[in-house]
Design a protein around this ligand. Structure first.
Ligand code: ACO
Length: 371
């Protein structure tokens, strides 16, 4: 009897143990170190979540302040990154640039396990590199934020040169918290595998960004925004959804490998979007949501369909003033929290990741005799 075929996407395969994030797909719940993630968003800032994911406990106010100050100092220590920004080819997308940026940052990093200094630099890097790259490409001068800001505020400041609107900042901060980690997703698995070879954490982050770039993982929110633009008005939602599915394309922001039904982060993001998006944009998004869920259910009634995190993320990011090409690397900026926590955990219990594959090619055979 032939052996059962292993799942191509490793779904259901347990590849290790982790005490960081508990993804309960069946129940539609998500916890960081035991705390409900939708509840954390809005009550704890991104730095608090970095601390929680890394250490296992929520920070005291003093610990939050210390981490904010440490990251603020690291951002300053990075300088304007001008040689690095200029080295990125003009045609590279910001996500490709970030992948290369992490790689350039880690030149000369060696030794295992990684140091806390390396981890802090990796966390501090995206909110400096991305605005500097963006402004360089738009022939604008590089900006430095006032001291003591958190990552979300620093990122907006460095992009715009203005103190961010508190409502928009709060929505962005909550978004960063919601997507800070998500168990053994593709990019986290990649990052842990790279570090398991005793490689450096910048190589691991660079590989993780490469993985997150794909639209099946993290590259969808800008595509969601493009799709909403294409639909234009709520009355056209049905028609565009049908046309998209009719061409065999996927609806971005719908479906999830782990959640059956709605992603708990999507629910929270919908609430957040209501606080910052314009009523026209919200009505359009809700019309597309309804039309998409109806159409997917008609095609595959057995699967409980729901939105994933990326659908309303598009509205929150656009309302927060993040330029659309920066949506995917803003996701990466948030996810550095989870990657760093996972790399730390990997380093603590390291074993080289080296799975097996069942060989199904031809058996041993002789080389053809030369003619
Ligand atoms: N639109 C249309 N069809 C879909 C969608 C979708 N959004 N999602 C799944 N399907 C279909 C597939 O085409 C497939 O159909 P088939 O069996 O006829 O070939 C079937 O449903 C099963 O698809 P899988 O890829 O096996 O489902 P999986 O659970 O592995 O996929 C995924 C999850 C990749 C997120 C998928 O739902 C998808 O492609 N969604 C759109 C892209 C997207 O939103 N990406 C962001 C993901 S969230 C994140 O990573 C943070």
């Amino acid at each position: 009897m032939p052996a059962e075929r292993p799942p191509g996407g490793l779904e259901g395969v347990v590849v290790g143990e982790s005490a960081i994030t508990d993804v309960r797909g069946g129940e539609g719940m998500l916890y960081y170190r035991g705390y409900s993630v939708p509840h954390l968003a809005g009550s704890v800032g991104w730095e608090g979540v970095v601390h929680l994911l890394r250490s296992g406990e929520l920070p005291t106010p003093g610990e939050t302040r210390a981490l904010r100050e440490a990251l603020s100092a690291r951002r300053r220590s990075l300088g304007d990154l001008a040689p690095m920004v200029r080295a990125i080819p003009p045609g590279a997308t910001p996500m490709e640039a970030l992948r290369s940026g992490f790689s350039l940052l880690g030149h000369g990093w060696d030794g295992f396990p990684p140091t806390d200094e390396m981890f802090e630099l990796l966390l501090a890097f995206p909110p400096v590199f991305l605005p500097n790259l963006w402004r360089h490409r738009h022939r604008q001068s590089v900006l430095t934020e006032p001291e003591g800001l958190g990552q979300a505020a620093a990122y907006l400041w460095r992009l715009t040169g203005q103190a961010p609107d508190p409502r928009k900042l709060a929505a962005l901060e909550a978004y960063l918290v919601l997507v800070a980690d998500h168990g053994m997703n593709a990019s986290t698995f990649v990052a842990r595998s790279v570090l398991s070879t005793w490689s450096d954490p910048a190589s691991a982050m660079s590989a993780a960004v490469g993985s997150l770039k794909g639209p099946l993982h993290g590259g969808a929110p800008s595509l969601v925004a493009d799709f909403l633009d294409r639909v234009g008005t709520p009355d056209r939602a049905e028609e565009e959804v049908e046309a998209t599915l009719g061409r065999g394309e996927r609806l971005m922001g719908f479906g999830h490998r782990v959640y059956r039904g709605e992603d708990p982060r999507a629910r929270r993001l919908r609430e957040l979007a209501r606080t910052v998006a314009s009523s026209e944009r919200m009505e359009l998004a809700e019309a597309v949501e309804r039309a998409g869920l109806r159409a997917l259910a008609r095609r595959n009634p057995k699967r409980p369909w729901g939105l994933n995190v990326e659908f309303y993320a598009a509205l929150v990011l656009e309302a927060a003033g993040i330029p659309r090409p920066l949506f995917p690397p803003t996701f990466a900026l948030a996810r550095t929290a989870g990657w760093v926590a996972h790399l730390k955990e990997q380093a603590q219990h390291n074993r080289l990741v080296r799975p097996d594959v069942r060989y199904v090619g031809p058996g041993p055979r002789p080389l053809p005799t030369p003619a």
